[in-house]
Design a protein. Structure first.
Length: 31
């Protein structure tokens, strides 16, 4: 299974968004 991980830098902290190829609509945010 392939997963795309996008890292964004925020003033408050770092947030990571994981998008699964099977379900692109489902997004998981990890603080």
């Amino acid at each position: 299974m392939h997963a795309y991980i996008f890292f964004q830098t925020s003033g408050k902290g770092h947030s990571a968004t994981i998008v699964g190829q099977d379900d692109a609509k489902k997004r998981l945010a990890v603080h």
